[in-house]
Write a new protein. Sequence first.
Length: 373
Amino acid sequence: MKLVKLLQPLSYRVLGSSCPRSTSQSAVQYSTVQCSTANSVTVYGGYGSPYTRKVEAALRYKRVPFIRKDLMPGNINGDWDKLGLSHIKAKVIPVVQFPDGSAQNDSTPLLQELDERYPERKILPANQGARFLSLVLEDMFDEWGTKVMFGTRWQMPVDQVWTGRWLGLDFMMGKGTPLEQVREFGEEFGSRQLSRMHMVGCKDKATVDRSFQYFASTLDSHLEKGSMFITGPTPTVADFALFGQFSQLLVDCSPDRLIREQFPSVWAWIRKFEDLSGEEGAAFADQDCLLNFFRFAGHTYFPFLQANRDAVAKGEKDLEVEIMGDIVHRQPAFKYQDKCFKILQSEYSKLSGADVTVVDSILKETNTIQYFK
């Protein structure tokens, strides 16, 4: 059984608008306000956050109305307290507040919650085998892809200046602070990000560059065949996670130019992925893209996760592991990433019957099965 059989196209129905329509300008404005306040999800985050962009793109695909409001991570100015979000322990964005008043963050459980609350146009496959494969790729793009994004964003001086300024403007424009001060703050912020490169795990330029080239070329080859999504005719959480990280690369100077010149199809994919509300199912050529991403997991991401687990178990602060055949990767160990690894292994343990057969054939072919047995 091939993976494409696991991911059958969903039958969709267009969600009807709950807002009255009117030809008068004032009535249209009034209806928009009513929909925004009474029936919409609120997304607190920032344009410069890959996880905010990931969640927003999923909401658009699912045709769920939402309002986006600025919120910086860290509760530096007490903004989280003012919004009634103090109870959320990890002050990371985005935070999604649902119409019933409940709120949560962490994009992976958030997308699962969206599928539960808004079951139309699902982004988690119903088939358990396909679900597992999508969750693995989502985790890799979230956790390793952010090394590509962060490393590419801050390595070059031109990007440190530009992106630092842009992030400051994104959060502070129109809030009373003169923009010259905002730009100065942004430049200082950008220059300080170099000190965080080791913590994120992207201090080594070869690791960042080769990971980027692998991700971009794998997607590019898939797109050139006429396909759109990684695992089938409709997007899954894996696609939204990859989009989230890549969305930032079109904002930053150096990677934007690089993608335009070397991977124009990927550049177009990122732009198109922003709003998939009209997508009803795309062509799907083959599994090569999926398999190649799992091969990357086999020689890079899973060895990293295993080394991280070993370091956490020993109480060590840092890890060291060989990746890509010839790079020694060093970075701090994190309990959160070990938690993610455990969740993936738990998802695998739930598989049975034909799902196990299909998934195991993929894991064996990509030299990743040892991380789940």
